[in-house]
Design a binder for this molecule. Structure first.
Ligand code: NAD
Length: 326
Protein backbone atom coordinates (compact mmCIF):
# COMPACT_ATOMS: atom_id res chain seq x y z
CA UNK A 1 0.00 0.00 0.00
CA UNK A 2 1.51 3.33 -1.02
CA UNK A 3 2.06 6.08 1.56
CA UNK A 4 -0.42 8.90 1.41
CA UNK A 5 0.77 12.46 1.92
CA UNK A 6 -1.49 15.05 3.52
CA UNK A 7 -0.97 18.76 4.06
CA UNK A 8 -1.25 20.46 7.44
CA UNK A 9 -1.96 24.10 8.14
CA UNK A 10 -1.25 24.52 11.86
CA UNK A 11 -3.47 26.71 14.00
CA UNK A 12 -0.66 29.25 14.43
CA UNK A 13 -0.27 29.60 10.66
CA UNK A 14 -3.96 30.27 9.92
CA UNK A 15 -3.98 33.95 11.06
CA UNK A 16 -0.82 34.55 9.00
CA UNK A 17 -2.31 33.22 5.77
CA UNK A 18 -6.06 33.86 5.90
CA UNK A 19 -6.95 37.55 5.73
CA UNK A 20 -10.35 38.99 6.58
CA UNK A 21 -10.78 39.88 2.91
CA UNK A 22 -10.09 36.27 1.87
CA UNK A 23 -12.52 34.95 4.49
CA UNK A 24 -15.18 37.42 3.32
CA UNK A 25 -14.76 36.36 -0.31
CA UNK A 26 -14.80 32.64 0.57
CA UNK A 27 -17.89 32.90 2.77
CA UNK A 28 -19.78 35.09 0.32
CA UNK A 29 -19.04 32.69 -2.54
CA UNK A 30 -20.14 29.62 -0.62
CA UNK A 31 -23.36 31.31 0.58
CA UNK A 32 -24.13 31.96 -3.09
CA UNK A 33 -23.27 28.35 -4.01
CA UNK A 34 -25.65 27.14 -1.27
CA UNK A 35 -28.43 29.25 -2.76
CA UNK A 36 -27.98 27.78 -6.23
CA UNK A 37 -27.79 24.23 -4.90
CA UNK A 38 -24.12 23.82 -5.81
CA UNK A 39 -23.11 23.33 -2.19
CA UNK A 40 -24.87 21.65 0.70
CA UNK A 41 -24.39 21.15 4.41
CA UNK A 42 -25.02 17.79 6.02
CA UNK A 43 -26.95 17.38 9.28
CA UNK A 44 -25.06 18.75 12.25
CA UNK A 45 -24.09 16.52 15.16
CA UNK A 46 -23.75 18.55 18.36
CA UNK A 47 -23.93 16.90 21.76
CA UNK A 48 -23.43 18.13 25.31
CA UNK A 49 -20.75 16.03 26.99
CA UNK A 50 -22.18 16.99 30.39
CA UNK A 51 -25.07 19.20 31.50
CA UNK A 52 -23.78 22.78 31.25
CA UNK A 53 -20.43 21.38 30.13
CA UNK A 54 -18.61 21.08 26.83
CA UNK A 55 -20.45 20.85 23.52
CA UNK A 56 -18.86 18.52 20.98
CA UNK A 57 -19.81 17.81 17.41
CA UNK A 58 -19.28 17.71 13.67
CA UNK A 59 -20.24 20.04 10.88
CA UNK A 60 -19.70 18.70 7.39
CA UNK A 61 -20.59 19.59 3.86
CA UNK A 62 -19.81 19.39 0.16
CA UNK A 63 -19.19 22.26 -2.21
CA UNK A 64 -19.58 20.67 -5.60
CA UNK A 65 -18.73 23.85 -7.47
CA UNK A 66 -15.61 24.55 -5.39
CA UNK A 67 -14.51 20.90 -5.19
CA UNK A 68 -14.41 21.01 -1.39
CA UNK A 69 -15.51 18.15 0.88
CA UNK A 70 -14.81 18.05 4.58
CA UNK A 71 -15.76 18.18 8.22
CA UNK A 72 -15.07 20.44 11.16
CA UNK A 73 -14.83 18.52 14.41
CA UNK A 74 -14.71 20.15 17.78
CA UNK A 75 -16.90 22.34 19.92
CA UNK A 76 -17.14 24.69 22.85
CA UNK A 77 -15.46 24.09 26.19
CA UNK A 78 -16.77 26.78 28.58
CA UNK A 79 -14.03 26.28 31.19
CA UNK A 80 -11.16 26.74 28.75
CA UNK A 81 -10.59 30.45 29.32
CA UNK A 82 -9.60 29.71 32.91
CA UNK A 83 -7.03 27.28 31.47
CA UNK A 84 -5.64 29.97 29.18
CA UNK A 85 -7.15 28.26 26.14
CA UNK A 86 -9.76 29.36 23.58
CA UNK A 87 -13.29 28.13 24.40
CA UNK A 88 -13.78 26.97 20.83
CA UNK A 89 -11.54 24.06 19.89
CA UNK A 90 -11.73 22.53 16.45
CA UNK A 91 -9.93 21.18 13.42
CA UNK A 92 -11.05 20.97 9.79
CA UNK A 93 -10.37 17.82 7.76
CA UNK A 94 -10.55 18.24 3.99
CA UNK A 95 -11.04 15.21 1.75
CA UNK A 96 -10.46 14.68 -1.95
CA UNK A 97 -14.05 14.61 -3.32
CA UNK A 98 -12.93 12.20 -6.09
CA UNK A 99 -11.25 9.56 -3.93
CA UNK A 100 -12.37 10.24 -0.38
CA UNK A 101 -8.74 10.38 0.74
CA UNK A 102 -7.88 12.82 3.49
CA UNK A 103 -6.06 15.70 1.83
CA UNK A 104 -5.46 18.24 4.58
CA UNK A 105 -5.89 19.16 8.24
CA UNK A 106 -6.39 22.83 9.02
CA UNK A 107 -6.54 24.35 12.51
CA UNK A 108 -10.15 25.42 13.12
CA UNK A 109 -10.05 27.92 15.99
CA UNK A 110 -9.02 31.07 14.14
CA UNK A 111 -11.03 29.90 11.11
CA UNK A 112 -14.20 29.72 13.22
CA UNK A 113 -13.82 33.27 14.46
CA UNK A 114 -12.85 34.77 11.12
CA UNK A 115 -15.53 32.93 9.12
CA UNK A 116 -18.23 33.87 11.67
CA UNK A 117 -17.17 37.50 11.46
CA UNK A 118 -17.11 37.23 7.67
CA UNK A 119 -20.73 36.01 7.69
CA UNK A 120 -22.00 39.01 9.63
CA UNK A 121 -19.84 41.27 7.47
CA UNK A 122 -21.47 39.77 4.36
CA UNK A 123 -24.87 40.49 5.91
CA UNK A 124 -23.86 44.09 6.67
CA UNK A 125 -22.58 44.60 3.14
CA UNK A 126 -25.80 43.26 1.61
CA UNK A 127 -28.47 44.36 4.08
CA UNK A 128 -27.41 47.42 6.09
CA UNK A 129 -28.52 50.85 4.93
CA UNK A 130 -25.80 52.63 2.98
CA UNK A 131 -26.06 55.57 5.41
CA UNK A 132 -25.59 53.41 8.55
CA UNK A 133 -23.01 55.14 10.77
CA UNK A 134 -23.32 53.72 14.30
CA UNK A 135 -22.35 50.13 15.10
CA UNK A 136 -23.80 48.54 18.24
CA UNK A 137 -21.97 45.57 19.73
CA UNK A 138 -23.79 43.25 22.14
CA UNK A 139 -21.17 40.84 23.47
CA UNK A 140 -17.53 41.23 24.38
CA UNK A 141 -16.10 37.71 24.36
CA UNK A 142 -13.56 36.06 22.07
CA UNK A 143 -15.63 36.43 18.89
CA UNK A 144 -16.58 40.06 19.43
CA UNK A 145 -13.19 41.50 18.45
CA UNK A 146 -13.28 39.58 15.17
CA UNK A 147 -16.82 40.77 14.57
CA UNK A 148 -15.91 44.40 15.15
CA UNK A 149 -12.84 44.29 12.91
CA UNK A 150 -14.73 42.59 10.05
CA UNK A 151 -17.71 44.95 10.28
CA UNK A 152 -15.47 48.01 10.25
CA UNK A 153 -13.71 46.70 7.19
CA UNK A 154 -16.86 46.35 5.06
CA UNK A 155 -18.72 49.49 6.13
CA UNK A 156 -17.70 53.02 7.06
CA UNK A 157 -18.89 53.34 10.66
CA UNK A 158 -18.26 56.51 12.64
CA UNK A 159 -18.57 55.15 16.18
CA UNK A 160 -19.20 52.04 18.23
CA UNK A 161 -21.60 51.55 21.13
CA UNK A 162 -21.30 48.41 23.22
CA UNK A 163 -23.09 46.54 25.95
CA UNK A 164 -22.18 43.24 27.56
CA UNK A 165 -23.79 41.26 30.39
CA UNK A 166 -20.33 41.16 31.97
CA UNK A 167 -19.17 44.80 31.76
CA UNK A 168 -15.66 43.92 32.92
CA UNK A 169 -15.10 42.35 29.47
CA UNK A 170 -15.77 45.60 27.57
CA UNK A 171 -12.33 47.25 27.86
CA UNK A 172 -10.83 44.58 25.59
CA UNK A 173 -13.38 45.44 22.90
CA UNK A 174 -12.78 49.15 23.48
CA UNK A 175 -9.09 48.55 22.78
CA UNK A 176 -9.96 46.97 19.42
CA UNK A 177 -12.14 49.97 18.52
CA UNK A 178 -9.28 52.29 19.48
CA UNK A 179 -6.88 50.29 17.33
CA UNK A 180 -9.09 50.72 14.27
CA UNK A 181 -9.73 54.37 15.08
CA UNK A 182 -13.41 54.25 16.04
CA UNK A 183 -14.79 56.19 19.04
CA UNK A 184 -16.23 53.71 21.55
CA UNK A 185 -18.76 54.07 24.36
CA UNK A 186 -20.19 51.52 26.77
CA UNK A 187 -23.94 52.17 27.08
CA UNK A 188 -27.14 50.57 28.34
CA UNK A 189 -29.05 48.32 25.96
CA UNK A 190 -31.94 50.72 25.23
CA UNK A 191 -29.52 53.49 24.30
CA UNK A 192 -27.57 51.15 22.07
CA UNK A 193 -30.76 50.20 20.20
CA UNK A 194 -31.91 53.83 20.01
CA UNK A 195 -28.68 54.99 18.37
CA UNK A 196 -27.18 52.05 16.47
CA UNK A 197 -27.90 51.56 12.76
CA UNK A 198 -26.29 48.12 12.75
CA UNK A 199 -26.29 45.79 15.77
CA UNK A 200 -24.18 42.67 16.12
CA UNK A 201 -25.13 40.23 18.89
CA UNK A 202 -22.47 37.70 19.80
CA UNK A 203 -23.14 36.27 23.25
CA UNK A 204 -23.93 32.89 24.80
CA UNK A 205 -27.34 34.12 25.99
CA UNK A 206 -30.28 31.81 26.62
CA UNK A 207 -32.83 34.61 26.92
CA UNK A 208 -33.60 37.74 24.91
CA UNK A 209 -31.17 40.56 25.61
CA UNK A 210 -32.83 43.01 23.19
CA UNK A 211 -36.58 43.69 23.17
CA UNK A 212 -38.46 44.12 19.89
CA UNK A 213 -39.78 47.58 20.81
CA UNK A 214 -36.26 48.93 21.34
CA UNK A 215 -35.25 48.33 17.70
CA UNK A 216 -35.67 51.29 15.36
CA UNK A 217 -36.97 51.02 11.78
CA UNK A 218 -34.09 50.72 9.33
CA UNK A 219 -31.81 48.83 11.72
CA UNK A 220 -29.80 45.86 10.52
CA UNK A 221 -29.08 43.17 13.11
CA UNK A 222 -26.56 40.38 12.73
CA UNK A 223 -27.50 37.87 15.43
CA UNK A 224 -24.48 35.60 15.61
CA UNK A 225 -24.49 34.02 19.07
CA UNK A 226 -27.41 31.61 18.76
CA UNK A 227 -26.14 28.38 17.25
CA UNK A 228 -27.75 25.76 19.50
CA UNK A 229 -31.25 24.78 20.56
CA UNK A 230 -32.32 26.88 23.54
CA UNK A 231 -29.99 29.83 22.96
CA UNK A 232 -31.59 33.23 22.29
CA UNK A 233 -30.34 36.81 22.00
CA UNK A 234 -33.31 38.85 20.79
CA UNK A 235 -37.06 39.00 21.41
CA UNK A 236 -38.94 36.45 19.26
CA UNK A 237 -41.45 39.21 18.39
CA UNK A 238 -38.67 41.05 16.56
CA UNK A 239 -38.44 38.27 13.98
CA UNK A 240 -42.13 38.72 13.15
CA UNK A 241 -41.47 42.41 12.42
CA UNK A 242 -38.18 42.00 10.59
CA UNK A 243 -37.06 40.69 7.23
CA UNK A 244 -35.27 37.55 8.41
CA UNK A 245 -32.30 36.28 6.46
CA UNK A 246 -29.92 33.52 7.37
CA UNK A 247 -27.01 31.39 6.27
CA UNK A 248 -29.22 28.27 6.07
CA UNK A 249 -32.97 28.18 6.64
CA UNK A 250 -33.00 24.65 8.14
CA UNK A 251 -30.47 25.67 10.79
CA UNK A 252 -32.09 29.05 11.43
CA UNK A 253 -35.46 27.55 12.36
CA UNK A 254 -33.99 24.68 14.41
CA UNK A 255 -30.85 25.96 16.18
CA UNK A 256 -30.77 29.65 15.25
CA UNK A 257 -32.52 32.74 16.51
CA UNK A 258 -35.62 31.89 14.43
CA UNK A 259 -36.27 28.72 16.50
CA UNK A 260 -38.14 30.78 19.11
CA UNK A 261 -40.37 32.73 16.71
CA UNK A 262 -41.10 29.45 14.91
CA UNK A 263 -41.90 27.68 18.18
CA UNK A 264 -44.36 30.41 19.12
CA UNK A 265 -46.01 30.36 15.68
CA UNK A 266 -44.93 33.95 14.94
CA UNK A 267 -43.20 33.01 11.68
CA UNK A 268 -42.84 29.99 9.41
CA UNK A 269 -39.76 28.73 7.59
CA UNK A 270 -41.13 30.45 4.47
CA UNK A 271 -40.53 33.81 6.20
CA UNK A 272 -36.79 33.11 6.41
CA UNK A 273 -34.60 33.72 3.36
CA UNK A 274 -31.12 32.38 2.65
CA UNK A 275 -28.74 35.32 2.25
CA UNK A 276 -27.19 33.52 -0.71
CA UNK A 277 -30.32 34.43 -2.66
CA UNK A 278 -29.59 38.10 -2.00
CA UNK A 279 -25.96 37.64 -3.05
CA UNK A 280 -26.96 35.99 -6.34
CA UNK A 281 -29.65 38.61 -6.97
CA UNK A 282 -32.53 36.09 -6.79
CA UNK A 283 -33.94 38.03 -3.78
CA UNK A 284 -33.95 41.83 -3.61
CA UNK A 285 -32.73 41.97 0.00
CA UNK A 286 -33.64 45.04 2.09
CA UNK A 287 -37.18 46.13 1.18
CA UNK A 288 -36.69 49.83 1.95
CA UNK A 289 -34.88 52.15 4.33
CA UNK A 290 -37.52 51.58 7.06
CA UNK A 291 -37.30 47.79 7.10
CA UNK A 292 -35.60 46.02 9.98
CA UNK A 293 -33.31 43.35 8.55
CA UNK A 294 -32.14 40.52 10.79
CA UNK A 295 -29.43 38.09 9.76
CA UNK A 296 -29.63 34.88 11.77
CA UNK A 297 -26.05 33.61 11.54
CA UNK A 298 -26.10 30.03 12.77
CA UNK A 299 -22.72 28.95 11.41
CA UNK A 300 -22.66 26.34 8.65
CA UNK A 301 -20.05 23.73 7.79
CA UNK A 302 -19.51 25.19 4.35
CA UNK A 303 -18.24 28.43 5.91
CA UNK A 304 -15.58 26.43 7.73
CA UNK A 305 -14.70 24.38 4.68
CA UNK A 306 -14.51 27.42 2.40
CA UNK A 307 -12.27 29.23 4.90
CA UNK A 308 -10.12 26.12 5.39
CA UNK A 309 -9.71 25.58 1.65
CA UNK A 310 -8.71 29.24 1.25
CA UNK A 311 -6.25 29.00 4.17
CA UNK A 312 -4.74 25.87 2.62
CA UNK A 313 -4.34 27.59 -0.75
CA UNK A 314 -2.69 30.64 0.82
CA UNK A 315 -0.45 28.48 3.04
CA UNK A 316 0.70 26.56 -0.02
CA UNK A 317 1.43 29.79 -1.88
CA UNK A 318 3.49 31.03 1.06
CA UNK A 319 5.28 27.71 1.60
CA UNK A 320 3.67 27.42 5.04
CA UNK A 321 1.71 24.18 4.57
CA UNK A 322 3.62 21.28 6.09
CA UNK A 323 3.34 17.70 4.87
CA UNK A 324 2.83 14.45 6.73
CA UNK A 325 2.55 10.85 5.65
CA UNK A 326 -0.53 8.94 6.68
P1 NAD B 1 -16.96 33.81 24.96
O1 NAD B 1 -17.14 32.76 25.99
O2 NAD B 1 -15.61 34.32 24.68
O3 NAD B 1 -17.89 35.07 25.31
C1 NAD B 1 -19.22 34.86 25.74
C2 NAD B 1 -20.03 36.11 25.56
O4 NAD B 1 -21.37 35.85 26.00
C3 NAD B 1 -19.57 37.28 26.42
O5 NAD B 1 -20.01 38.47 25.82
C4 NAD B 1 -20.31 37.04 27.74
O6 NAD B 1 -20.43 38.20 28.51
C5 NAD B 1 -21.64 36.56 27.22
N1 NAD B 1 -22.33 35.63 28.11
C6 NAD B 1 -21.81 34.60 28.81
N2 NAD B 1 -22.78 33.96 29.49
C7 NAD B 1 -23.93 34.62 29.21
C8 NAD B 1 -25.29 34.44 29.61
N3 NAD B 1 -25.66 33.46 30.42
N4 NAD B 1 -26.21 35.31 29.13
C9 NAD B 1 -25.86 36.27 28.27
N5 NAD B 1 -24.60 36.50 27.85
C10 NAD B 1 -23.64 35.67 28.33
O7 NAD B 1 -17.65 33.22 23.66
P2 NAD B 1 -17.39 33.63 22.16
O8 NAD B 1 -16.36 32.73 21.58
O9 NAD B 1 -17.22 35.08 22.02
O10 NAD B 1 -18.78 33.17 21.49
C11 NAD B 1 -19.94 33.93 21.73
C12 NAD B 1 -21.13 33.16 21.19
O11 NAD B 1 -21.04 33.02 19.78
C13 NAD B 1 -21.27 31.74 21.75
O12 NAD B 1 -22.63 31.52 22.06
C14 NAD B 1 -20.86 30.87 20.60
O13 NAD B 1 -21.44 29.59 20.64
C15 NAD B 1 -21.37 31.69 19.43
N6 NAD B 1 -20.71 31.40 18.15
C16 NAD B 1 -21.51 31.38 17.05
C17 NAD B 1 -20.94 31.13 15.81
C18 NAD B 1 -21.79 31.15 14.60
O14 NAD B 1 -21.33 30.79 13.51
N7 NAD B 1 -23.02 31.60 14.67
C19 NAD B 1 -19.57 30.87 15.70
C20 NAD B 1 -18.79 30.95 16.85
C21 NAD B 1 -19.38 31.23 18.06
Amino acid sequence: MSAHVIEIVPEAVCPEVLSRADAFAAVKAVFAAMATGDARNFPVVREALAAGGPLYGFKSGHDLAGGVLGVKAGGYWPENLARGLTNHQSVVALFDPETGQLSALVGGNYLTAVRTAAASAVSIRHLARADARVLGMVGAGHQSAFQLRAAAEVHRFERVLAWNPHPEMLPKLAAVAAEIGLPFAAVEREQLCAEADVIITITSAFEPLLLADWIRPGTHLACMGTDTRGKQEVDAALLARAQVLTDEVAQSVSIGEAQHAMGRGLITAADVTAIGAVITGAHPGRRDSEAITLFDGTGVALQDLAAAAMALRRAREGGLASKATL
